[in-house]
Write a protein that binds this ligand. Structure first.
Ligand SMILES: NC(=O)c1ccc[n+]([C@@H]2O[C@H](COP(=O)([O-])OP(=O)(O)OC[C@H]3O[C@@H](n4cnc5c(N)ncnc54)[C@H](OP(=O)(O)O)[C@@H]3O)[C@@H](O)[C@H]2O)c1
Length: 203
């Protein structure tokens, strides 16, 4: 749903290119196949040991972040899906083309986010101030900065399940924990080294 909502905001068009930062993680495991099903060329970065797995999901170009910096080699990218936040946002804007669109899952929320969420005026104002740094950065080259927090959407979920069925996309699962091991599951997720979704089984 996160990836889908990001692509809707970007208004992605078939044939264009997206960079998904840290696409070897749990978000990437869904964002990559969905981007491919929408006809996008997908570039991502991550650790070398995860390259084969994300290539199998459809990645067209893989960058090992321990060896190469994507900011030195990519330019004119149409869309960026950011999963790394503040530490990478400036570089991600750098590789984005003029007029391109960036959606962050981890950056600062901005006024646009508050408006979309239907927040009252004072909250819009507060978020407008918080997210100004990236709105200003985006405005320099006519780019767009969006922050999202995934929200429930039955219709979107139906569309995604149709894509997964039609394109025979596999869901990437990392580990399944019982509800008694919820703390172990949370610890694993917090480590930032997931290879797909972490499931808590409630029986
Ligand atoms: N706003 C929202 O609605 C929303 C929704 C979902 C998730 N999120 C957020 O999105 C972020 C990512 O979620 P996730 O579930 O995908 O996390 P995850 O499963 O823990 O994956 C994180 C990935 O980041 C990669 N990574 C770490 N440092 C990197 C670097 N310097 N350069 C490139 N890649 C790097 C890791 O790659 P390697 O393991 O290959 O080294 C790992 O695959 C989290 O902060 C999460 O809270 C937000």
């Amino acid at each position: 749903m996160t990836a889908w909502q990001a692509y809707e905001l970007m208004q992605v068009e078939k044939g264009k290119t997206i960079f998904i930062s840290g696409g070897t993680g749990s978000v990437g495991a869904m964002a990559i196949p969905i981007a491919k099903s929408l006809g996008l060329t997908v570039i991502t970065n991550g650790s070398a040991e995860n390259e084969k797995r994300v290539r199998a999901l459809g990645v067209d170009r893989f960058i090992d972040y321990r060896k190469e910096n994507y900011a030195d080699i990519l330019t004119d990218i149409d869309y960026v899906l950011d999963t790394l936040g503040d530490k990478e946002l400036e570089n991600e804007f750098k590789i984005l083309k003029d007029g391109g669109s960036l959606v962050s899952l981890r950056g600062l929320p901005n006024g646009g986010f508050a408006k979309r969420m239907g927040m009252p005026f004072f909250k819009r104002l507060a978020f407008g101030i918080v997210g100004k740094k990236y709105d200003k950065l985006a405005a320099k080259r006519n780019q767009q900065y969006h922050f999202i927090f995934v929200h429930e959407d039955g219709e979107g979920l139906k569309k995604i399940s149709d894509i997964f069925a039609e394109k025979q996309v596999q869901t990437s699962l990392d580990e399944i924990f019982s509800i008694d091991d919820v703390n172990k599951a949370m610890k694993k997720v917090a480590s930032g080294r997931s290879r797909g979704k972490t499931i808590i089984k409630i029986s």
